[in-house]
Design a protein around this ligand. Structure first.
Ligand code: ACM
Ligand code: ZN
Length: 595
């Protein structure tokens, strides 16, 4: 009997701990909850030792001001937060120790910044209690990235700052800036001002899947070198590294529309309006192309402290190279086998130049074709095969397989009810399931997998709101893949942590895709009734539903608990929407018959 009581007490105690378990994304390496709570309020005091720690107090106070309308005054003692720079910790690692009286935060460089961001997530959206706990955290992978294709669609520096703010909050630390494309050249090159004077502007953008129709709204924009310096500094303060991409030899129509002499034919081309894979690429046989690209890179390299320059390399059709006397002469002179080896020659020549300036190249996995440049890092996008091949050759790899990490793909099978997109189907659970250490490489080769990246291509994404819709919540899954230990990953637990995080984003005005209510795909049949339990995917959100096929946005019933509906011969017809505390509503989701 006594044992039973002890078991019962332990059970209740663990339930109490579970109930207060914080909603951290990415989940930390280790977190030990204990009993008791720290009472957080505007009268909590904060103190910081060292310049770096003081900078993080400023970040925390800005967050508190924006979210709760107050900042913390300096002070120590009972009910205070202490920030300590601890040089004994590795760069991104941190410790948080919360007792009833005090929160102690230790970190070094990015670690302190990440600790403060974890603290922001520990503060409940409503209420004041933070559970007593100890966190010891550090990342699984060094490279945790997101890519934005600003070449196809331009976003302002202010927008990119807000994008970087969100990334950094979730401990994503690389912003891959895809700066040049067929549809636009977006970075000022002082030696070639026409690149942005002409190559950054077009008369219209393609919107429709059919491709024939254009919106006929002129579009364009570019970043001055001063803009670039400002964004690089802003990102660095938030421990985000920016890697610029200058695409070559393909996806170069914007540059070729300004300098047609750099293509094989030399004939004038217009800056193309429809996106796609273009046959007009930089000529591989013309030394003027290399002089041009070296001039461009000579201006790019000093702007970015990153060790890496991304040189593209993907989707470069060889049609024109096959017909071009200059390209064929180069193949002969260099003893190359074919046009793939000419692409390899092209990339290796650029790599030598980039290496001579003290930087390394990254390229999309096509750079493997015809022979990999000796020091190149491979970004594996056509699935994982390129990454596996590169790791086998002892080259560094960033895994960004389209099968798991292309955030321009659809998030629902119900495409009619989604904004138009490039295609595919990549729901949140599939992203979350991604494991970068594929079983197809050996344990010894795992060290070549430096990390992961989600890519947001802009063929159909033409606003900041759409970027956010496509990026979140999937980038939360990416954050956990990149940061959390593999044995801590647990999708059911992740879903429990999402609602608080999305509620914070809602408050901050981030236009993430509102997920379907959790449980929507699990209709049970019991006693000739359809039984449905729904959970709001965002803290404080409400679910409205109809069962007669009508639109729930126009007057559904509020969901307040388990639905038990009589089975009908014609089947279920349940529709629901999720309405956020901000007032924003989801699309209409059809509850699925399952189980
Ligand atoms: C790519 O998606 N073409 C890298
Ligand atoms: Zn050529």
């Amino acid at each position: 009997m006594r044992n039973c009581i002890i078991v019962a007490v332990l059970f209740l105690f663990s339930c109490a701990l579970w109930a207060q378990s914080p909603s951290l994304i990415p989940t930390p390496k280790t977190m030990e909850l204990s009993s008791g709570e720290f009472d957080f309020s505007s009268s909590t005091r904060i103190n910081a030792q060292g310049e770096d720690a003081k900078k993080n107090v400023t970040f925390l106070n800005k967050y508190l001001k924006d979210t709760f309308g107050f900042t913390l005054k300096n002070g120590s003692g009972k009910n205070s937060i202490r920030l300590i720079t601890d040089k004994s910790l590795p760069n991104e690692a941190y410790r948080i120790d919360i007792t009833k009286d005090e929160i102690t935060i230790r970190g070094n460089g990015a670690g302190l910044f990440y600790a403060v961001n974890t603290l922001q997530q520990l503060i409940p959206n409503t209420g004041t209690k933070i559970p007593c706990l100890k966190i010891a955290d550090e990342p699984r992978f060094a490279y945790r990235g997101l890519m934005l294709d600003v070449g196809r669609y331009f976003f302002t520096v202010d927008y990119l700052k807000s994008f970087i703010d969100q990334m950094a909050h979730y401990k994503l630390n690389v912003f891959h800036w895809h700066l040049t494309e067929d549809g636009g050249w977006r970075i000022e090159i002082k030696k070639y001002p026409e690149l942005t004077k002409k190559g950054a502007w077009r008369s219209s953008s393609q919107y429709t899947r059919e491709g024939g129709l254009q919106d006929r709204v002129p579009h364009g924009g570019f970043y001055s070198q001063e803009d670039v310096k400002e964004l690089v500094k802003y990102a660095a303060e938030r421990h985000v590294e920016i890697i610029p991409e200058i695409e070559m030899p393909g996806h170069a129509s914007a540059a070729l529309s300004v300098y047609p002499e750099l293509s094989c034919s030399g004939k004038p081309i217009a800056l193309p309006l429809p996106w796609g894979i273009k046959n007009d690429i930089f000529c591989g046989g013309n030394d003027a192309v290399f002089s041009f690209l070296e001039d461009v890179l000579s201006e790019i390299i000093p702007l970015f402290p990153s060790e890496y320059i991304h040189i593209g390399g993907d989707e470069a059709p060889k049609k024109h190279w096959k017909e071009c006397p200059k390209c064929q002469a180069r193949i002969k002179a260099e003893g190359l086998k074919d046009e793939h080896e000419l692409q390899s020659y092209f990339i290796q020549r650029i790599e030598r130049f980039v290496n001579s300036k003290g930087k390394r190249i990254i390229g999309w996995d096509e750079i493997l074709e015809g022979g990999l440049a000796p020091n190149a890092t491979v970004m594996s996008w056509r699935g994982e095969e390129g990454g596996i091949a590169a790791a086998n050759m002892h080259h560094d790899v960033i895994m960004t397989p389209n099968t798991y990490l292309y955030f321009d793909y659809y998030q629902s099978r119900d495409k009619q009810n989604e904004p138009i997109n490039i295609g595919g189907f990549l729901p949140l659970d599939k992203v979350y399931s991604y494991e970068p250490y594929t079983p197809k490489i050996t344990k010894e080769q795992q060290k070549f997998i430096k990390g992961v990246q989600g890519n947001i291509w802009m063929e159909y994404i033409h606003s900041g709101a759409m970027v956010e819709y496509m990026t979140y919540p999937r980038a939360l899954a990416l954050a956990e893949i990149g940061w959390s230990p593999a044995d801590k990953k647990d999708y059911a637990d992740f879903l429990k942590r999402i609602p608080a995080r999305l509620a914070s984003m809602d408050k901050a005005g981030i236009m993430f895709r509102i997920p379907e209510p959790f449980g929507w795909d699990k209709v049970k049949i019991e006693n000739a009734q359809a039984v449905i339990n729904l959970v709001a995917p965002v803290e404080g959100a409400e679910i409205y539903y109809t069962t007669d096929g009508s639109d729930p946005a126009a007057g559904g019933t509020r969901y307040t608990g388990t639905l038990r509906l009589p089975l009908k011969l014609e089947g279920l017809d349940i529709k629901c929407i999720v309405t956020l505390p901000s007032g924003r509503s989801s699309g209409v989701y059809h509850v699925q018959s399952g189980e």
